[in-house]
Design a binder for this molecule. Structure first.
Ligand code: ZN
Length: 251
């Protein structure tokens, strides 16, 4: 089975469509959450994913748009975008987003998926090996996809070491221009496909990953899209200009 992984779309239909087009034919789409928030097309992004029968998780911005979590800790521009998104969401898309879980397991294909981390599915940023260890200790499958940081990267370690030692050696690789991994038995992998709608690693391209479940291979891809159109729509919608400008630089 070939699975397309998407994360952190954030209402950017241009980025989403570019990733879908570049990915081509897939057997299943798994989206790791934050479908809305920041971008000008929250309803369109929900509808595209619903139309493709994507298996979707809910992210912290989705939860905030539904008023399920407090926006006290959001910065000013994120708060403004959430308040705008709340007003935009159609009842159907509101109901669909409300039905999504923060994490999910796929035992047949031997992987898990979570928006932020297995310790805290909506909040924790996996930004270093120490934090990654907290998720490794909670993994029930050899592979877990996560999002939330908007950076495509990979942590891996030996399952045996995680069980035996309090500080197992953990490896790390970032994929600012794409990359991938051929997984080996006995290892645990935490992989972030990167953000489809608001990358933050200095490369403005939309990101996605393809997982070949039989071969146990994941590849991360970057695809150019019309960042200017996405930016223009944000400004025309009356959203903070910064949210459009950052799409041009991938920051
Ligand atoms: Zn996000």
């Amino acid at each position: 089975m070939r699975i397309l992984l998407l994360s952190d779309i954030h209402g950017n239909k241009h980025g989403l469509q570019a990733a879908l087009d570049a990915a081509g034919r897939v057997d299943r789409i798994v989206c790791l959450g934050d479908v809305v928030g920041y971008g000008a097309f929250p309803n369109e992004c929900c509808e595209i994913l619903r139309g493709l029968d994507a298996v979707c998780l809910s992210g912290n911005h989705d939860a905030a748009a539904l008023n399920l979590i407090s926006i006290e800790w959001f910065n000013d521009v994120a708060t403004e975008a959430i308040l705008w998104t709340r007003k935009q969401l159609s009842p159907e898309n509101h109901a669909w987003l409300s039905s999504l879980p923060g994490e999910r397991a796929f035992p047949e294909e031997r992987f898990q998926a979570v928006h932020a981390s297995l310790r805290s599915p909506w909040e924790e940023y996996i930004l270093n090996k120490k934090i990654a260890l907290q998720s490794f200790e909670r993994m029930e499958q050899p592979l877990c996809f996560y999002g939330h940081t908007h950076v495509a990267d990979l942590y891996w370690t030996r399952q045996e070491d995680v069980q035996k030692t309090p500080q197992p050696p953990i490896e790390y690789a970032a994929f600012p221009t794409g990359g991938g991994v051929e997984m080996e038995e006995g290892e645990l992998y935490l992989l972030n496909p990167g953000s489809c709608g608001q990358p933050r690693d200095g490369n403005p391209d939309a990101r996605f990953a393809l997982f070949e479940t039989e071969d146990r291979i994941v590849d991360v891809f970057c695809v150019e899209y019309d960042t200017h159109a996405a930016r223009r729509a944000i400004i025309e919608a009356g959203l903070p200009r910064l949210l459009g400008d950052r799409l041009l630089t991938g920051q």
